[in-house]
Design a protein. Structure first.
Length: 509
């Protein structure tokens, strides 16, 4: 990966020339002061590099950097108090020693830029929904730890293999092998051989020694897909490998030490499988050190347009010519309402078909229906004869509108009375609750000669909107922790990335 097209902001006083040369980016910009940092960062940045030898001069940058926690931060120098202050709000942070070579500095910069792009959804796992943003944050967090096992759960086609690859790519094991194996695709009598290997002469056809997946992935990652389909005999041997970090080949007596991270994936409910004695309870607990649930596509339908664009771009870049121009508004509505039993895999297959074989440039719902399993029914609002005069139809509409209004006001009154009973319970012991807004118990019947009376909206005290309450909660949390945004996010129970988005949405500086 090259930094040539990356925009890097450099905060340094000494050795600027050396840092610029090492970073090898044509878009490295000097940051002269904290005031300039905000202006430059708002124009877009892939990385902020800070020379920690500046000492106390960096204190002025601490507050400004807190506003740009989504931009990766790379420190040059030794760990000190200033570094902790600078890195306190950054999602992605790293440190390179002052004696590091130019190659080490460049490699660290490339790694951080790549992580930043991944966090923004630019590579690998596509989608701007909150669920996918939080998933990418957790992937980066887990990948950086020494955890030996991770369990991925989710429906078939949701993208568990992509998550496993990302956990490997952004871990310290990234330069070691990544070995995937599908436990459901290999016959039971061959699975143990593939996992653990065998010695020469272990059985009739064993003419040579064979290394299993665990040996082949030494220092790297083993991805066990569809682990819920693993036979019990293999589960016993796998548990021993996870507990002892050693593997014994079939037909052998020597236990060989292995250093691997095991990422297991399943679309089954392993707890139910344990109850049916189809999966070992001890292995289930050993795998579930960390569990990542991959959301199905129907729960993040807002990502569909982005996924479609990504698939179309990748398919057309492979050399294929297409007249595909996209989906009509009605088609997008149909895609949003569809349950997607095959998840992202089903969407990709559908897009691949339409890119090259769609009957017209702009895809319509009729073009989609033959390719969808149990598609939702199209809503067709056609005129229906009622044999009523226009005046009669209009009076009926007014009548039903008044009934709806009465019901809504009654519900609002009930909620307000309940709210007051919670805030002021002592009043209930003195006098019974009174109606806030009196309503007639007589049914509302429209009269031709009289216009319907409207409810006086000013008689009901307006409630604060959810947005107002959310903004107030964010401001209160920030005040409690001295504007430390990461701590505020923890108090609010949301991710730091979500908090930054909310701050921008409400205009909170």
């Amino acid at each position: 990966m090259s930094l040539a097209k990356s925009r890097i902001l450099l905060i340094a006083t000494e050795e600027k020339a050396r840092f610029k040369n090492a970073l090898n980016s044509g878009r490295t910009v000097d940051v002269q002061s904290p005031d300039v940092l905000a202006t430059l960062a708002k124009r877009g940045a892939d990385l902020i590099v800070v020379d920690l030898s500046m000492g106390d001069q960096l204190l002025g940058y601490v507050e400004e950097l807190a506003n740009f926690g989504e931009v990766p931060l790379l420190g040059l120098g030794e760990e000190d108090e200033n570094w902790y202050r600078l890195a306190g709000n950054a999602h992605i942070e790293g440190l390179v020693g002052s004696s590091a070579s130019d190659e080490a500095l460049r490699y660290a910069a490339e790694t951080h830029v790549e992580k930043g792009r991944f966090l923004r959804g630019g590579t690998g796992i596509i989608g701007s929904s909150i669920a996918m943003q939080q998933l990418r944050e957790r992937i980066l967090m887990i990948a950086a730890t020494p955890l030996s096992t991770v369990l991925l759960t989710g429906e078939s086609g949701a993208g568990k293999d992509k998550v496993a690859e990302a956990l490997h790519r952004y871990s310290a094991r990234h330069n070691k092998p990544f070995k995937p194996i599908n436990c459901a695709a290999i016959p039971e009598n061959l699975l143990e051989n593939e996992l653990f290997g065998h010695e020469k002469g272990a059985y009739t056809d064993a003419k040579d020694r064979h290394q299993g997946i665990f040996e082949q992935a030494q220092g790297g990652t083993v991805f066990l897909d569809e682990i819920g389909e693993m036979p019990l005999s293999a589960q016993v041997r796998l548990l021993r490998v996870l507990e002892e970090r050693k593997v014994t080949r079939i037909g052998g007596n020597t236990a060989l030490a292995v250093d691997v991270r095991v990422v297991a994936a399943t679309n089954r409910d392993l707890q139910e499988a344990v109850g049916r004695r189809e999966f070992r309870l001890d292995l289930y607990h050993r795998l579930k050190v960390v569990e990542l649930a991959i959301p199905p596509l129907r729960r993040r339908s807002e990502d569909i347009p982005e996924l479609v664009d990504y698939f179309v771009a990748s398919l057309t870049q492979e050399g294929g010519k297409s007249r595909f121009e996209g989906f009509s508004a009605a088609s997008i509505t149909l895609l949003d309402d569809y349950a997607w039993p095959g998840n992202v895999r089903e969407l990709r297959n559908l897009v691949e078909h339409l890119v090259f074989l769609a009957p017209r440039r702009l895809v319509e719902p009729d073009d989609l229906l033959p390719h969808l399993e149990s598609p939702p029914e199209l809503q067709r609002h056609l005129p229906v004869p009622t044999n009523k005069s226009p005046d009669q139809s209009e009076r009926e509409l007014i009548y039903f509108a008044l009934l709806d209004l009465k019901r809504e006001v009654a519900e609002l009154r009930s909620r307000l009375e309940q709210h007051m009973s919670i805030d002021q319970p002592q009043r209930h012991s003195e006098t019974p609750p009174q109606a806030i807004y009196p309503l007639s118990e007589q049914p509302v019947v429209p009269v031709e000669d009289e216009s319907p009376r409207s409810v006086d909206a000013q008689a009901i005290e307006p409630l604060r909107s959810l947005q107002e309450m959310e903004k107030e909660a964010i401001l209160d949390a920030l005040q409690r922790v001295g504007n430390n945004r990461r701590k505020a996010a923890d108090i609010l129970g949301i991710s730091a990335r979500t908090l930054y988005r909310k701050l921008k949405e409400y205009g909170i500086e």
